[in-house]
Design a protein around this ligand. Sequence first.
Ligand code: F6P
Length: 458
Amino acid sequence: MKRIGVLTAGGDTPALNATIHGVVTRANARRVEVYGLIKGFNSLFNPRLPHVHLNPLYEQIPELDPTNGGTLLGASRDYLNGSDTDAVSLIADRLKQLGIEGLICVGGDGTLNGMQALSHSLPVVLAPKTIDNDLGLNHAAEASEWRRAETKPGVYCYQRIASNRSIDLDDIVNYVTPGFATAVFVAAGGIERVRTTAESHRRIAIIEVMGRESGYIALGSAYGQPDLILPPEHPVEVDSLVERVIELYEAQKNVVIVCGEGIKDTNGQLLGAKSSSTDPAGNKVFSGAAEALRSRLIDNIGDRYFRQLRRGESAGEVIFTRKVGHTQRGGRPLLFDRFYAAQQGGQAVDLLLDGQTNVIAALQWSRASGFTVSGFPVSGLLDPWGVIHPRKMHPSFYDTERMRPSPLGVEYLQQIFSGAVGHDDTEHLRERLFTPGRLVDPHRSINALMSRRIRYIA
Ligand code: F6P
């Protein structure tokens, strides 16, 4: 292979540039040209196939900085529907025209579903990314633990088969995804900061974190020491939650609750999605789990309780919400993310050059060897009908009684976070943030820098 393509699909993460850097570094060493495709699958739908040469003369272009969050290639939620065979063959032709012999998609489960169709036309490898940490399996047999029902002719709904199976951390397929560690770092820091207001003003804070229907970010936010964590996998039982909140409020005069954006009530209704809107990739758009939870607490605790304790404040004044929001998805990646994202990018190149296709450059962990990167076949992630589902946080990571990580959850997180922050991460704070240049120099957008490098096919 002399020339490969790389694209970044789906939501951005802090580690995308680090993955691309890993791809280019390994490609330089193996004398392969790398063309970056602009804005994820969007570029493939464009007849002009916008692209940039990322390593002219096998040297990385200077705009590619692995310590910058986001992606210099741009990303989009455009989705490639595998059953659209016309679109797939047009795309394959375009890639051929550009001389692309293999493609690395940096993405999550949605990207992987789209990549399946392309795998019939050219060798493809996925380098994982997602702050949600929902790409992979809790154990190798998990992909078969699904049932499906036809809701309308040709429309299916998929449901996890409940399993009481315990897992060993060594069994996890793709232990953690690039971007997750930085997202947890930001979320935990935010929670720690909100606590001081909750304490000083005797308030109840509800902080919403991302993660769709997977509770890993919520679980990891335990590093910010919230009192209670509500991940989306566990339906919120309002009565026991209210009881715990009152108990805590009486003991310490403030409470900090973290909720995932995809939390559900005991009827299976999403608290934060009153409308059923979806993004172009078919993902639900969440509209405010923390706010919905706040209303439930206000209704159930009531003004009287706070008025007698707090000399006049209503429940609505005491209970407040904040979203960590897109700060958890952006900015400079932590050492852990940078290092392993780059390793996985490099591994993706090796997999392509070794003749493999339809594999992911997975990050494995074992007690014996720690973290290692290796290829994992996409076929191992497919359910019996060929669909890839987002990984849920395994129930054994969460203590439903205490609403906190279980001992196994703590052990899981420690492997990632015990060395996640590098010296350069703290040095960055000391040496870059408060320099006078930042007060006077305008931000130099990577989009503007890259636009002069974009080329098109005829
Ligand atoms: O999939 C990553 C993610 O960060 C989710 O956690 C979140 O629901 C979603 O993206 C938000 O997407 P957007 O910023 O595109 O609205």
